[in-house]
Design a protein. Structure first.
Ligand code: NAD
Ligand code: KPL
Length: 302
């Protein structure tokens, strides 16, 4: 049984693909009001290549008593630890939690909240967004890397993902993957917010992007992730070009007045630099400017 917490973009993307492969799935929704709305909607809708498909996946609230063996945590990084704490008493011995959160920091918070469970980290380039409540558009096909820094043995259920058409690889160095993605996000997303622009428009600020990449590479080396620093600047430029017409996820969050995951991206990078007594003036200035920008819009700094 796959228990999936969060019926947002990624939760829906995973729940619908697992369910259509015939695998048992249960959604865990926030509370009885949300469960009621879900029952009114009659299930999840995934829109792929413009075609909506409906999936009546069963759902429950966190206070349900069914034991949880395998939990897919599909909420934002800032909600992850609280969500797992709520479910701690339901986690069966040997339970596994698959963490879909972007950035770094939430994985450790979850591990502290559920020390008895095995935590498997994910880093994904898939893209999805909510078109309406319980209706999600599969916007970008991509790849998901999974790994466990404490246990390199892959879990047996990777075959379920294969069945469900979820393209993935087991990574022996998932932390490097997460650091690399974090560095990419730190070099691109905050600048798109501060310049209020699409990713491609960062091509007008090459010196700023280059300075950030150089400081981020230094941070990655210092944190023991030299492989994640390799050709970072080239990769950032490639992503800026490849996603030129897009607004970054952080830009979209700010524009829609939604809380960002800053504490798990740039905030995490700046904290790590400080822990290592590394002075990274451009990264730190960017963090301060972003915090000011968010505060001016009434958005939280964490
Ligand atoms: P989302 O906001 O669309 O969905 C999160 C869902 O979790 C919401 O429905 C929310 O109500 C629910 N939730 C939060 N706390 C809960 C609780 N205690 N109990 C039950 N439900 C709870 O977010 P998303 O876009 O799916 O992103 C999830 C994570 O995946 C983020 O860290 C994001 O950065 C990462 N990510 C997203 C995408 C994407 O394309 N959407 C791609 C890669 C990575
Ligand atoms: O992941 C991204 C995001 O918008 O969050 C990209 C497009 C790679 C930019 O950092």
């Amino acid at each position: 049984m796959w228990h999936i917490l969060g019926a947002g973009s990624l939760g829906t993307l995973w729940a619908t693909r697992l369910a259509r492969a015939g695998l048992p799935v249960e959604l865990i929704l926030r509370d009885s009001a949300r469960l009621h709305s879900y029952q009114q909607a009659g299930g999840l809708t995934l829109i792929e290549h413009g075609q909506p498909q409906h999936y009546p996946v069963p759902a429950q609230t966190p206070d349900h008593r069914q034991p949880i063996q395998r939990l897919l945590l599909a909420c934002k990084a800032y909600d992850a630890a609280n969500a797992v704490s709520q479910l701690a008493s339901r986690l069966a011995p040997g339970a596994e939690i698959l963490l879909l959160q972007n950035g770094l920091g939430s994985q450790d918070e979850v591990a502290r909240a559920a020390p008895q469970a095995r935590c498997i980290f994910a880093s994904s380039t898939e893209g999805a967004f909510r078109q309406a409540d319980f209706q999600v558009v599969f916007a970008g096909h991509g790849h998901t890397w999974l790994g466990d820094p404490q246990n390199l043995q892959p879990p047996s259920w990777l075959a379920d993902l294969q069945h469900a058409g979820i393209i993935h690889d087991w990574s022996l160095d998932i932390l490097s993957r997460l650091w690399r993605k974090l560095a990419l996000n730190c070099a691109i997303n905050p600048l798109t917010v501060l310049h209020d622009c699409r990713n491609g428009e960062l091509q007008a600020h090459p010196a700023q992007v280059a300075c950030l990449c150089s400081e981020l590479s230094e941070l990655l080396h210092t944190c023991g992730h030299s492989a994640a620093a390799e050709n970072l600047h080239d990769d950032v430029q490639r992503v800026i070009q490849a996603t030129a017409a897009n607004y970054s996820s952080m830009h979209q969050d700010v524009r829609q007045g939604r809380r960002t995951e800053i504490a798990y991206l740039l905030g995490y990078a700046c904290d790590a630099a400080q822990r290592h007594q590394l002075v990274l003036p451009h990264l730190q200035a960017l963090h301060s400017q972003l915090l000011e920008h968010l505060a001016a819009r009434g958005l939280p700094s964490h």
